[in-house]
Design a protein. Structure first.
Ligand SMILES: [Cu+2]
Length: 494
């Protein structure tokens, strides 16, 4: 984008700019027609206009059935095995087999019934975040209803007059930190203008999973696993769009941290919050949006810049996996002591500086491992037990990691600051093969070594590359396990 005027034309969709960018708009219209022909046909039949369904990469959509004029959904709160990274399966709590739970999509004005079964070992309650529904349907345990007992069921039913990016979540604080949230999209009666060609949802979560355990520590405030839709980079599935398409991304956050989400290569406007669509007069250009806890933000832009662009949380600690104090020093030196005793663990030093080799890693920065010297652990991505020695780790090579030789200078160990506490061995961490999927087709070799935490790509592709990926995706669809047996229906309004 050359200047602000171009930006306004393209992203705000201001009519004055249309003639100046015929190519982009032609592509955009063409794609709209080509992509969802059958939606279009039906929409025309009904004399209504089309709404693009929201894609939630790596998360299924919750099917429904019609019971008279009521859309009926069925959610099961249950323990789930969530594969955050290949082979790294966390014991979380979620809905219908995943954390976050499946995405619900409805239309403004729908009458909705949601049957919630509790398959957890303890009581739960389902809160409909931001919904203007009768108090007894709000899901506030104790005040608006009795908690749903283990093995119990509660049936929620309401009419939805709102539109926007909403979500559902357990209203038990510790359960929220175990993964219990899902996106709830309310499509507007009248499509938003300008219309988008692609619409995505991403839910952000964070977990503190201590070494040698698969269950998150829901008290810990030091999060080492940061996820988009239940996956950490490079396992996140890129958002695939055609060059010139208008794109909406709906960002939802539930955790202990706020996330500044940054997009490379494009400016965007924030068009919606957890309160629904925002008036166009409030849309100013930006490229980073702070999504606070319990908030949602919709961003929109025209994908006018071809390439593979990162979309990620910009908190440095949220761009890492399995972050713990020991990784760098363990991989480059001979392991480190940590914690030691309570006084030192709390930062009261008897000797030495706070950043000295023995103290540094344990001063409030560790993962709360405790007061004994930090041990090498078996679930470190670097496979603890021996310091990082690339070629000496055939077991990891067999897992598909590429283990290239990281580039460090000869005198690296004598440079203050090297290695950082959580120094990640760049190329050595690449696992292109392990995360191979259609959406990653054609990425630069070794790309995965630099993707971690809350990171994904938006891939702005020319038509032929786009088609290629869609073709691969179609082929793969046959192999995918279908977890849900109810048909997913299209979103349209009458
Ligand atoms: Cu973040």
């Amino acid at each position: 984008m050359k200047n602000r005027r171009d930006f306004l034309r393209n992203t705000l969709g201001l009519g004055a700019g249309l003639a100046a960018t015929p190519r982009l708009f032609a592509a955009s219209q063409e794609s709209g027609a080509g992509m969802d022909m059958k939606h279009m046909d039906r929409a025309t039949e009904r004399g209504s206009s089309r709404v693009v369904s929201v894609e939630t990469p790596d998360v299924l959509e919750l099917p429904w059935r019609m019971d008279g004029n009521v859309k009926e959904f069925h959610l099961i709160a249950e323990p789930v095995k969530q594969e955050i990274l290949p082979g790294r399966i966390a014991d979380l709590w979620g809905y219908n087999g995943s954390a976050p739970g499946p995405t619900i999509q409805v239309n403004q004005g729908d009458r909705v019934r949601i049957i919630v079964d509790n398959h957890l070992p303890e009581a739960t309650s389902m809160h409909w975040h931001g919904f203007e529904v009768p108090n007894e349907m709000d899901g506030a345990p104790g005040s608006s209803q009795d908690p749903i007992s283990p093995g119990g069921r509660f049936v929620y039913e309401f009419t939805l007059h709102q539109e926007g990016t909403y979500f559902y979540h357990s209203h038990m604080a510790m359960q929220e930190m175990m993964g219990m949230i899902g996106a709830f999209i309310m499509h507007p009666k009248e499509p938003y203008k300008p219309r988008v060609d692609k619409d995505f949802a991403i839910t952000m979560q964070e977990y503190a999973i201590l070494p040698n355990i698969k269950v998150p520590n829901s008290m810990n405030m030091e999060f080492n696993w940061l996820t988009f839709n239940g996956k950490a980079g490079p396992a996140t599935t890129p958002l695939i769009v055609r060059h010139g398409e208008r794109v909406r991304i709906r960002l939802v956050n539930l955790g202990m941290d706020h996330h500044p989400i940054h997009l490379h290569g494009h400016q965007f406007v924030v068009t919606g919050t957890e309160g629904g669509r925002q008036p166009q007069s409030t849309w100013g250009p930006g490229n980073t949006v702070l999504v606070g806890v319990a908030q949602s933000r919709d961003i929109e832009f025209v994908a006018s810049n071809p390439g593979d662009w990162m979309l990620h949380c910009h908190l440095p600690h949220h761009m890492m996996n399995q972050m713990s104090s020991m990784v760098g020093p363990m991989s480059r030196r001979n392991g480190i002591p940590a914690g030691l005793d309570m006084e030192r663990g709390m930062g009261m030093l008897r000797q030495g500086s706070a950043t000295s080799e023995e103290n540094g890693p344990s001063l409030g920065r560790g993962m709360g491992v405790g007061s004994t010297a930090e041990q090498t652990v078996s679930n470190s991505p670097l496979k603890a037990g021996n310091p990082m020695q690339n070629q000496d780790m055939p077991d990891i090579q067999q897992q598909g990691m590429q283990m290239g030789r990281p580039e460090v200078s000869k005198d690296a160990n004598s440079v203050p600051g090297f290695p950082q506490d959580a120094f990640m061995e760049g190329p050595a961490m690449a696992m292109d093969q392990m995360v191979d999927k259609p959406e990653n087709f054609g990425l630069r070799p070794g790309w995965s070594g630099f993707m971690a935490g809350m990171m994904t790509f938006i891939r702005v592709l020319p038509q032929d590359k786009y088609d290629q990926i869609m073709e691969l995706r179609k082929k793969q669809e046959g192999n995918k396990p279908m977890k849900m047996d109810m048909p997913v229906m299209e979103h349209k309004h009458e």
